[in-house]
Design a protein around this ligand. Structure first.
Ligand code: ZN
Length: 203
């Protein structure tokens, strides 16, 4: 089994400091998956392992779809190892949309792939766009889970914040569980430090 935390640490992708997450909460840690995936060999190691786990589950997949930008590299590399097509959704004026001539067929089996799943909000928006067009979302995948959702094979139950549907499988290589704080209760803010937002969604 792969040690995702070690791989993130080795690639300077597990940041330590004072961060503002896209949820609005503050955290002592931040995952910068782009730093891991900038090395194609590392991307291959991670996503081939995830593909193996998905194949072993026996889940049938025609297409991998990722919400841009965060999920693009992980989703493409996963699709390559599964031997299926890859498409992506992107935000147009805030709304997750399938563009660029991409389409899905009635009944097509689609797996939604992110880099990291926190609450699964963007993944769920991508799934809604796919299902609106008549295809079937059969599951979700990410390199790692932030500990709010329940990944296949894990003993850790989903938290109320998790937006992923409970009746579909969610594949990930590990859990990253960090302490998060509401800004008004953040101990680092209380010490006078200002949270930074290194992330992706709308910032
Ligand atoms: Zn803070």
């Amino acid at each position: 089994m792969i040690d995702v935390r070690k791989i993130y640490e080795e690639n300077d992708a597990l940041l330590t400091g004072h961060f503002k997450l896209s949820s609005g909460k503050h955290s002592t840690n931040y995952l910068q998956s782009a730093k891991v995936l900038e090395n194609p060999k590392v991307a291959e190691t991670l996503l081939s392992e995830l593909a193996k786990q998905i194949k072993e589950s026996g889940l049938e997949i025609d297409t991998v779809c990722s919400p841009a930008i965060g999920g693009l590299l992980a989703g493409y590399e996963l699709a390559r190892h599964l031997g299926v097509r890859f498409i992506f959704t992107e935000r147009v004026e805030g709304k997750m949309t399938l563009r660029r001539g991409f389409d899905v067929k009635e009944g097509e089996k689609v797996l939604i792939c992110e880099d990291i799943i926190t609450t699964g909000g963007s993944a769920l928006e991508a799934a809604a766009e796919i299902e609106k067009r008549g295809a079937e979302v059969v599951g979700f995948a990410a390199i790692a889970n932030r500990g709010l959702c329940k990944r296949s094979g894990s003993e850790i139950d989903a938290k109320p914040e998790c937006k992923l549907p409970k009746d579909l499988p969610f594949f990930a290589l590990g859990d990253f569980i960090f302490e998060t704080y509401d800004p008004e209760n953040c101990p680092m803010c209380k010490e006078g430090s200002v949270a930074i937002k290194p992330g992706s969604r709308g910032n």
